[in-house]
Ligand binder design. Structure first.
Ligand SMILES: [Zn+2]
Ligand SMILES: [Zn+2]
Length: 133
């Protein structure tokens, strides 16, 4: 991460996100989370405030989603509402592609968190793939 990413929380004057040593999603400078910093870079607030839906490209949605979903196993409800809005302008295949590349399934996303059954998934993946073909 070469660019400096400011913290977007009001009253926080942190100028640059610094990944924490224990929790990489927490800023070492100001102890706030990664997402509140990343919002600055992505100008999600700007998207939010548009009264008309602008054309949202799937790669932009991917960037935003990756900030919220990658490396986590649960989505805070406010972020999920935002993601729901962004996903609603994409085709379902695009949404599935984004979720899958970030390690989420649609079911997990709808639920709001990832169920801890990865070993089970792996051992049964062959049979379920075959079923879908
Ligand atoms: Zn901060
Ligand atoms: Zn910070």
């Amino acid at each position: 991460m070469s660019e400096s990413i400011r913290c977007t929380l009001v009253n926080c004057n942190c100028e640059c996100f610094q990944a924490g040593k224990i929790n990489i999603r927490q800023c070492d400078h100001c102890k706030h989370g990664w997402v509140v910093h990343a919002l600055d870079k992505l100008r999600v607030n700007h998207l939010y405030q548009q009264s008309q839906v602008e054309i949202v490209q799937s790669n932009v949605v991917f960037d935003i989603s990756s900030l919220m979903l990658y490396g986590t196993q649960a989505i805070p409800i406010r972020l999920k509402i935002l993601l729901d809005r962004l996903f609603s302008v994409l085709k379902q295949e695009e949404v599935l592609q984004i979720l899958h590349s970030l390690g989420w399934t649609l079911q997990d996303y709808i639920r709001g968190y990832i169920l801890q059954t990865q070993c089970e998934h792996q051992s049964s993946s062959q049979t379920s793939d075959q079923r879908f073909m």
